[in-house]
Design a protein around this ligand. Structure first.
Ligand SMILES: CNC(=O)c1cccc(C)c1Nc1nc(N2CCN(c3ccccc3Cl)CC2)nc(N2CSC[C@H]2C(=O)NC)n1
Ligand code: NI
Length: 187
């Protein structure tokens, strides 16, 4: 069971490493890790469990955040509609890769948070608005999906972790809220 104690924080060198690809199909150990990462995200979004286990809410998690330098991410993005239990996106991705992206950029209007960053870092994190992504699932099947808006932002944030990139690396130093024309602000 993953808890906040298992999540390394900024300053830990592993967060600045480029993570290693996993074999296809992933090993049973890597499949189990992916399942644990998904369970953490669901627990972190559950009002009762997150309270009991003192979890910070997250919709994405990358293996390097657990000090495991492997190209594995989990994303679980709820619909946000209490009537609709179906998440917008729920997947454990092995060796995820952005194949192509929109010219248009986007950012979260409220900025980004990260489970490995125990502070607020204000500013727009400008990313691709739409991405075409390939990844392998736990059985080793190659998946290819297109994402936009919030779920595209989340996946880009988590893939950044596989390349040693933190969200605040993207925030402009001189003006954190500077926005070029045409950047979609997602609220
Ligand atoms: C500084 N301002 C802010 O953080 C920020 C401030 C306001 C709004 C947003 C939208 C912000 N931004 C932001 N909010 C989130 N959550 C909102 C709360 N939610 C959640 C929390 C509890 C239960 C269920 C859930 Cl669903 C979990 C997800 N998540 C991310 N990110 C960046 S991409 C990866 C993703 C991530 O999982 N981070 C841990 N950014
Ligand atoms: Ni993060």
């Amino acid at each position: 069971m993953i808890t906040m104690d298992d999540i390394i924080r900024e300053g830990h060198p592993t967060l600045r490493e480029v993570a290693q690809e996993v074999p296809v199909p992933p090993t049973p150990e890597e499949v189990a890790l992916g399942q644990e990462m998904m369970e953490f995200l669901k627990n972190s979004q559950d009002p009762v469990k997150s309270e009991e286990m003192n979890l910070r809410g997250g919709v994405g998690l990358a293996a390097p955040q657990l000090n495991i330098s492997k190209r594995i991410i989990a994303v679980h993005v709820p619909s946000g509609d209490p009537e609709n239990e179906e998440p917008i996106l729920s997947a454990v991705m092995y060796n995820p890769k952005i194949l192509s992206h929109s010219v248009q950029d986007a950012c979260l209007g409220e900025g980004e948070g990260c489970l490995s960053v125990d502070r607020e870092v204000p500013g727009y994190v400008v990313r691709h608005a739409k991405i075409t992504l390939s990844y392998y699932d736990s059985e080793g099947n190659k998946q290819k999906i297109r994402l936009k808006n919030y779920e595209a932002i989340v996946v880009q944030h988590e893939i950044d972790h596989l390349n040693g990139v933190m969200f605040y690396d993207h925030i402009s130093k001189e003006n954190p809220f500077a926005l070029k024309d045409g950047v979609l602000v997602i609220d």
